[in-house]
Design a protein around this ligand. Structure first.
Ligand SMILES: [Fe+2]
Length: 458
């Protein structure tokens, strides 16, 4: 090879590197991901007759001053009364839960209680007690500050969690993360009970007991994934989302949604829109009509951070679930750019990926303009389906790495989004193989409405 040709090839290589993203060189020890057995200590049934179990909370209204508390009793319905009080005060209030049950093939659920408490004080620690009469259990949570543009707040991000040994490591790392997430944004695929014969719903119960140690003390914001569908006509189960909708409630009516799978909440300085990849989203559908009205309502002077959660990612360069989010992207991406969505979090692919700010909205069937382009009005897309479920890691990536992909790594982990004020938020992804404090990907995000500069990794 002539020296000149060698130099040209070298320069081309450098140019290539400059244009592409980063595929992490971290190589995970590849071990099989297996579920923890039914008798694992993390699934332990709390002691006492009819003791409430699977206790979890989520936001119960549009601004965070309401909480939905849910729990399950197994032997009998038991008391549906919930007691709650502000820490260090004596005034005890009461609220009543509604109780539901369901059957799934040969499984009958316990008594599932859902209790909404409203009109709470902002930024206040509350205790609550359930299981009155037999085996009461007490938990606590802290309400968020009142909604406002510069209110700092820290979210955790977890997806596709499941109940394997790796899931347990992910949750432990999240709990021990010094950034201290106050609310989990969960991007779908909870229990993976559907991986068992006849979708053994006992695995929904074990999952509820597994996450209680976090979800009873801080809200988890739910997104529906494909493993929540539980559609099994062979055994007569033809109503999609039956276990999920009985067990996990969302405050969808507060945002004028007509179904629990798509809704919005405000929390501190964030406006969070949850979408359903597995409900109709084409033109004229309920979800489409809702989102069309929803986006113009977002007041960035009140909630500067506009965040969208969904399950199937739109920008994904792994060879798993490739383009499954494409039809929804075609429908909604122009709106995301128009309304300057800051961040989109998805799961589904069992790995981690962060995109550049890109959009791909110019195509009109005949013009051939169908490649993602750099766009500072576009969101960053983050795939965080790396919670650790039994299906294992997605390790196979498209090569070369597409330009829209800024960073990708096939490891289990979780992320935190630490909103500082209306202009800046510090984001970090933590892989499980490191000590809990190690960030494998990090980013300062600048708000698209208030500070539309380039984001920075430093
Ligand atoms: Fe999924």
């Amino acid at each position: 090879m002539s020296r000149f040709l060698g130099l040209v090839l070298f320069l081309l290589n450098v140019a290539d590197l400059c244009n592409g993203g980063v595929t992490s060189s971290f190589v995970r020890k590849v071990e099989k991901t297996i579920d923890m057995p039914l008798d694992s200590d993390v699934f332990e049934v709390p002691p006492g007759y009819n003791a409430p179990q699977q206790v979890h909370i989520t936001q119960g209204d549009d601004v965070g001053m309401g909480v939905i508390v849910s729990w399950v009793t197994m032997e009998e319905p038991g008391s549906n009364t919930l007691l709650y009080w502000i820490a260090n005060t004596k005034l005890i209030r009461k609220a009543r839960a509604k109780i539901t049950t369901y059957k799934f093939y040969n499984y009958t659920s316990g008594y599932i209680h859902h209790c909404t408490i409203n009109d709470l004080e902002p930024d206040t620690k509350y205790y609550y007690e359930v299981g009155l009469g037999h085996s009461p259990r007490t938990f606590w949570f802290v309400t968020p500050p009142a909604v406002g543009p510069d209110v700092p707040y820290t979210f955790g991000l977890i997806g596709d969690l499941g109940q394997s040994y790796d899931s347990n490591v992910t949750l432990t790392h999240y709990e021990q993360n010094p950034t201290k997430g106050k609310t989990v944004l969960f991007v779908g695929d909870l229990s993976y009970a559907d991986q068992y014969p006849d979708h053994d719903n006992r695995r929904w119960d074990t999952w509820g007991r597994f996450v209680e140690r976090s979800a009873a003390y801080q809200p988890w914001i739910w997104t529906a994934g494909n493993h929540e569908i539980d559609f099994v006509p062979e055994i007569g189960e033809t109503k999609p989302f039956k276990p999920y909708t009985h067990r996990y409630h969302t405050p969808y009516r507060r945002s004028n949604s007509t179904a629990p799978f798509w809704y919005s909440i405000k929390r501190a300085s964030a406006y969070i829109i949850v979408l359903s990849s597995y409900s109709a989203y084409g033109k004229y559908t309920p979800q489409f009509k809702w989102l069309e009205k929803e986006l113009p309502k977002v007041n960035r002077s009140e909630t500067p951070w506009l965040i969208v959660l969904m399950h199937a990612p739109w920008y994904n360069s792994y060879n798993y679930h490739y383009m499954e989010g494409e039809t929804m992207r075609v429908m909604y991406e122009p709106w995301f750019v128009q309304y300057k969505v800051d961040l989109v979090f998805a799961g589904h692919v069992h790995a981690y990926e962060r995109s550049e700010r890109v959009s791909n909205i110019a195509y009109n069937i005949v013009n051939g303009i169908c490649s993602p382009i750099s766009d500072q009005s576009a969101p960053v897309y983050i795939t965080i389906g790396d919670g650790g479920n039994l299906e294992g890691l997605a390790t196979n990536m498209t090569d070369p790495q597409p330009k829209y992909s800024a960073f990708r790594e096939a490891s289990f982990g979780h992320a935190t989004l630490d909103i500082k004020n209306r202009t800046h938020a510090y984001y970090a992804w933590h892989r499980n193989q490191d000590g809990y404090a190690v960030e494998a990907d990090r980013m300062w995000f600048s708000n698209r409405y208030w500070h539309q500069g380039e984001d920075s990794t430093t």
